[in-house]
Design a protein around this ligand. Structure first.
Ligand code: IPM
Ligand code: MG
Length: 358
């Protein structure tokens, strides 16, 4: 029997609640399937760890998780610690050195969930956003000088490399090709940003030649927000820079009904390092400890993890169980307008996994 080694990093806020729900569901799937298992190691890194040790994770933290088959991550963010410290100290401290350059964010209106867009029914909104996850606006290049004086200066330089852009374009074209519509939108801002974004566009044109079967178009990011709202059916796969896709993916999640259901995968496609799977909702301190966090974002991220591990049958089974549960309004958490608790949704998904013949 195959045993997958999973590093679970719940992090802060509702991260702990949704990750323990996610692990329960994974164990139920393994039991139901019988041909594979999980060994889950838990790491208590994050804001509380920082308060004790002055850092978000141990210095040799990456060595402790570098040999795992996948990482299941909750969220990083703490009300007492500046956001840039929690982000750079944990999530980016894993993503960037592990070269998880392809961040994939599927968006669908799941059964039973209503999009705020009046004219959208389920099947009409089925997107996957590919976010460049290793450089661009998140490269960390820049600095501050003359702090506190009227001469103070601060820069954040968006840094794009040819290799970085080529690999994300190729990844996105491949992903678009694997989907039925074979349709890709390359998001840009080359009207205003006349250096890196122009190179981004040129590389898109060059990579597109390798994929003659993919239909693609180019869209300025501001216009893209309008298109997502007014013509959602015209979109399938999207590729955008780190920051553009960060913003577009929150809009996408809201248009699909709730940030609470949105999943993401941080892939190192070459598999030199483990990939990392996480819900995109963040730590949500306002509802922490109340037992009402929506675990669906974590479950859907676990679906992506199972696909990556090479367990497509279990992935399909879990996705069907999730859809079974979202279709039942009694199992909607407050973010979806319901009254269910994290534990109810988790029990519902586990029951569907055990019962259904999928
Ligand atoms: C995301 C989040 C993060 C990001 C935050 C928590 C720093 O918004 O994963 O989309 O901006 O990358
Ligand atoms: Mg975001």
């Amino acid at each position: 029997m195959k045993t997958y080694k999973i590093a679970a990093i719940p992090g802060d806020g509702i991260g702990t609640e949704v990750i323990s729900a996610g692990v329960e569901v994974l164990q139920a799937l393994a039991k139901r399937d019988g041909s594979f298992g999980f060994k889950v190691d838990h790491f208590d890194w994050g804001g509380e760890y920082y308060k004790k040790h002055g850092r978000m994770m141990p210095e040799n933290g990456r060595d402790m998780i570098g040999k795992h088959d996948a990482i299941l991550f909750g969220s990083a963010g703490h009300p007492d610690i500046p956001d840039h410290i929690t982000l750079w100290g944990l999530r980016l401290a894993i993503c960037q050195p592990f070269d998880q350059y392809a961040n994939v964010r599927p968006t669908r209106v799941l059964p039973g969930i209503t999009s705020p867009l009046r004219h959208v029914n389920g099947g009409e909104l089925d997107w996957v956003i590919v976010r460049e996850n290793s450089e661009g606006e998140y490269a960390g290049v820049g600095g501050r000088a003359h702090q506190g004086s009227p001469l103070e200066v601060a820069t954040d330089v968006a840094m794009f490399t040819r290799a970085g852009v080529e690999r994300i374009m190729r990844f996105a074209f491949k992903l678009a090709r694997s989907r039925p519509r074979k349709l890709l939108t390359v998001v840009t801002k080359s009207n205003a940003q006349r250096h890196a974004m122009v190179m981004w566009d040129e590389i898109a044109v060059a990579v597109a030649r390798e994929f003659p079967d993919v239909t693609w178009d180019k869209m300025l990011v501001d216009a893209m927000t309008m298109r997502m709202v007014t013509r959602p059916q015209s979109i399938d796969t999207v590729v955008a820079t780190n920051l553009h896709a960060d913003i577009l993916s929150d809009l996408a999640a809201a248009l699909a009904g709730s940030l609470g259901i949105a999943p993401t995968a941080n892939f190192n496609p070459e598999r030199a390092f483990p990939s990392m799977f996480e819900p995109i909702h963040g730590s949500a301190f306002d509802i922490m400890g109340k037992g009402i966090a929506n675990p669906v974002g974590t479950f859907w991220s676990a679906v992506m993890m199972l696909e990556h591990l090479g367990e497509p049958a279990a992935a399909t089974r879990l996705m069907k169980a999730i859809e079974r549960v979202t279709a039942d309004p009694r199992l909607h958490t407050p973010d979806l307008g319901g009254k269910a608790r994290t534990a109810d949704v988790t029990a519902g998904v586990i029951e569907a996994i055990e019962r259904e013949n999928v």
